[in-house]
Design a protein around this ligand. Structure first.
Ligand code: CUA
Length: 308
């Protein structure tokens, strides 16, 4: 089962703790069930038998069922605290973040301040490299969680939280917002793409460069529309006059596998549906439908598809 295949030391520690508690819980459940079933059969009321002898208090038994759970819980507590320190060690306050995660209603912004990259919803990580990560929010409380990657961390507006993120296995891993944050909470997905360091470097090099903005054909017409219509009020595309920060940064949007924080595959057809009426794909989303013509929609989609 996927959540149980950790790709980091932290996730592995969390799995161990979970497994131990699960096994202890299962043994206790089994023990109690067996005793209850056994007693209700063995000591059931029978015809012509008098009331059994009434017993008030058995010190030895009472001590047993008070002390043994206390010892067990104490053990779990110590193991849990130990795991918490391993999973979420204190990060020195003077350490600048390598990665900034900002929750928005309802998408994720990923900024790599040291690399000059800003992207959305799909987090790229180089295998085996530890990232000091800051998690915060632009509006309400969200929570960032990719189970195979490690701990869950709340994204609270005005109160940044920190953790280390390190992925040790190449692949694509899924997560989501895990704090109810409004209508489209369920469509606030996270896609983590862990790559070999050289592939990650190539990705960074591309994402940090200014894209070539098309000037001819449908894509060229779309580029013009994008900056003239209200798109530019909310979205940024490097190399254009679009500098909005309300919605996701769309520079190189075409290199992403999905759109709308994982709500649909990134295809030209889906982009057209999305631009025409975003509510069809993601009910509740803040992006408005602009009432564009079919031509305008296909030009815009062609432009976005060209950003790669
Ligand atoms: Cu963001 Cu739930």
């Amino acid at each position: 089962m996927l959540p149980f295949q950790p790709i980091s030391g932290a996730a592995s520690d969390i799995r161990s703790l979970f497994t131990v508690v699960l096994i202890i819980g299962a043994i206790i459940l089994l023990l109690v069930t067996v005793l209850v079933v056994y007693s209700s059969i063995r000591f059931r009321a029978r015809k012509d038998e008098p009331e059994p002898r009434q017993i008030f208090g058995v010190r030895r038994l009472e001590l047993f069922w008070t002390v043994s759970p206390a010892v067990l819980l104490g053990g779990i507590l110590i193991y849990t605290i130990f795991t918490m320190y391993r999973v979420a060690p204190n990060i020195p306050v003077n350490e600048a973040p390598d990665l900034m995660i900002v929750g928005h209603q309802w998408w994720w912004e990923f900024r790599y301040p040291k690399l000059g990259v800003v992207t959305a919803n799909e987090l790229h990580l180089p295998k085996g490299q530890k990232f000091v990560t800051e998690v915060t929010s632009a509006d309400v409380i969200h929570s960032f969680w990719v189970p195979q990657l490690g701990q869950k961390l709340d994204a609270t507006p005005g109160r940044p939280a920190y953790m280390y993120i390190q992925a040790d296995q190449v692949g694509t891993y899924l997560g989501s917002c895990v704090e109810y944050c409004g209508t489209a909470h369920a469509w606030m997905r996270i896609r983590v793409i862990v790559e070999e360091p050289q592939n990650f470097d190539a990705w960074v090099k591309q994402q940090a460069a200014i894209p070539t903005i098309p000037t001819t054909g449908a894509a060229g017409a779309g580029a013009k529309l994008f900056t003239e219509l209200t798109c530019a009020q909310c979205h940024t595309i490097a190399g254009t006059t679009a500098k909005g920060t309300v919605g996701p940064n769309l520079t190189y949007v075409s290199t992403r596998e999905t759109i709308a924080a994982g709500a649909a595959e990134n295809t030209q057809a889906n982009l057209e549906i999305w631009i025409d009426n975003p509510q069809v794909i993601k009910p509740g989303v803040h992006m408005p439908s602009l009432g564009l013509s079919a031509n305008q929609i296909s030009d815009l989609a062609a432009f976005l598809e060209a950003l790669k």
